[in-house]
Design a protein around this ligand. Structure first.
Ligand SMILES: Cc1ncc(COP(=O)(O)O)c(C=O)c1O
Length: 423
């Protein structure tokens, strides 16, 4: 039996209906933007393996840092103890996040980063004796799969079965073109009730919704509104963080800054699961008290794992390098060139770009479901051609590792063009 066959005996895969799923492709090696399966077939990883891997697979700079840390101090509990890698990550991150962020809390993945932000927003008001128990989020948001993160997520596909078991979240329209006023007014109506502790959003780009984009000036207006009504703003940069939008963070495009930020995915360059939630001093002070009950009683066994911290530190060094910064510009320029070439194609409904993110909506007669036949046909076509892309309904997006070569990127575009001919 090959790996793929052995796999299904025990493994339960994410977002998978095992009854109808095809065999899982067994990957045995990765290098740079490439992956190889057990039959020797090569794939270009054009979505950086769910957006985690900007510096390429099997990156030796990060691997060396991990090895060194593993053989110095692989793990120590973070309750009552600290260590140099955590201090260094904190010092480094605080240099690059917006100025108003002063404290950070480590966890393990994007969902926990969000879970912590939401818990903090709720407990902040609880500690003050104010009843604010609800959260505001965008329509079609995706913030993760744990309960609070799921409650904040608006893609019903992921959350339908759990309605009634989650914290109360009210949704407002995303301020895409034409919806700016509706979004602003909906937020104002909710914020004015004083019942909401926080407003969580994916800044500028809603990833899982299909790279839906909106203007920074609109988000500025929404954040300012929340400031006016003392509703905490939570920027979920789990997808957008660490260069994806062309700047370190999507929030760098804003003129006003959120109260909290959620970071994960590219934080460790796709090596070790880790996440960080950052906060303003005001928020931290809401927990700082002689009363132990006002503390944030949240923690995970692997909080601030030193090996993960070493990977994060190495990753942030890579992000800052001239080479990586040039890659961000190079990929953006290539996307723009491709957009020019493809945008008038009769099967292309619309295209959008921010930083290294490119999305193309295919013209269809009907609304295509998240994991429907149309999407599956596209997915299979790309996989057949050795390109790892995961379309969302009728939206094809590219979010490549920053080290992808021009030739590899051109091949991805070419196959997308070919895909337009088969749908
Ligand atoms: C914006 C956003 N937030 C949170 C998450 C959840 O992250 P994780 O899958 O690491 O729990 C994701 C995952 O795609 C995401 O895109």
């Amino acid at each position: 039996m090959n790996l793929s066959e052995r796999d299904i005996k025990y493994n339960w895969h994410p977002y998978t209906q095992h009854k109808t799923a095809q065999p899982h492709i067994a990957i045995v090696k990765g290098e740079g933007a490439l992956l190889w399966d057990e039959n020797g077939k090569e794939y270009i990883d054009a979505i950086a393996s769910w957006w985690v891997n900007p510096y390429g697979h099997s990156n030796t700079f990060i691997a060396d840092a991990i090895y060194k840390q593993l053989t110095t101090l692989e793990h120590v509990l973070f309750g009552g103890f600290t260590h140099e890698p955590a201090v260094l990550v904190a010092e480094k991150l605080m240099q690059i996040v917006p100025d108003n962020q002063k404290k950070l809390f480590f966890s393990d993945n994007g969902s926990t980063a969000v879970e912590i932000a939401i818990k903090v927003a709720l407990q902040y008001f609880y500690n003050k004796g104010e009843k604010r128990t609800k959260i505001i989020a965008f329509e079609n948001a995706f913030h993760g799969d744990t309960f609070a993160a799921m409650a904040a997520s608006g893609i019903s596909f992921f959350t339908e079965a759990f309605q009634g078991s989650m914290i109360e979240v009210t949704r407002i329209p995303v301020p895409t073109k034409g919806n700016e006023k509706a979004s602003f007014e909906a937020l104002e109506n909710l914020a004015a009730t004083q019942e909401f502790a926080g407003f969580i959003f994916e800044p500028l780009v809603q990833g899982a919704a299909g790279m839906v984009m909106y203007e920074a000036s609109e988000l500025d207006r929404l954040i300012s509104l929340c400031q006016q009504y003392n509703v905490f703003t939570i920027a979920d940069e789990v997808m957008t963080g660490f260069g994806k939008t062309g700047k370190n963070f999507a929030c760098n495009y804003l003129t006003v800054q959120p109260d909290m930020m959620c970071l994960s995915k590219a934080l460790t360059g796709g090596t070790i699961p880790m996440a960080i939630t950052t906060f303003t001093q005001e928020i931290f002070d809401g927990f700082y008290d002689d009363d132990v009950n006002k503390a944030l009683f949240h923690g995970h066994t692997f909080t601030a794992n030193p090996t993960g911290c070493a990977a994060a530190l190495a990753s942030m060094q890579l992000l800052e390098s001239d080479e990586m910064q040039q890659n961000l510009e190079r990929i953006n320029q290539q996307h723009l060139n491709f957009q020019q070439k493809i945008e008038n194609h009769p099967k292309v409904k619309t295209t959008r770009i921010l930083g290294v993110i490119f999305a193309l909506e295919i013209q269809t007669g009907s609304t295509e479901s998240y994991y429907g036949n149309f999407r599956n046909k596209l997915y299979n076509f790309f996989i057949g051609k050795g390109i790892l892309l995961r379309p969302v309904g009728n939206i094809v997006y590219v979010l490549p590792p920053y080290i992808i070569s021009d030739d590899q990127l051109q091949k991805v575009y070419k196959i997308i063009e070919e895909a337009l001919e088969i749908v």
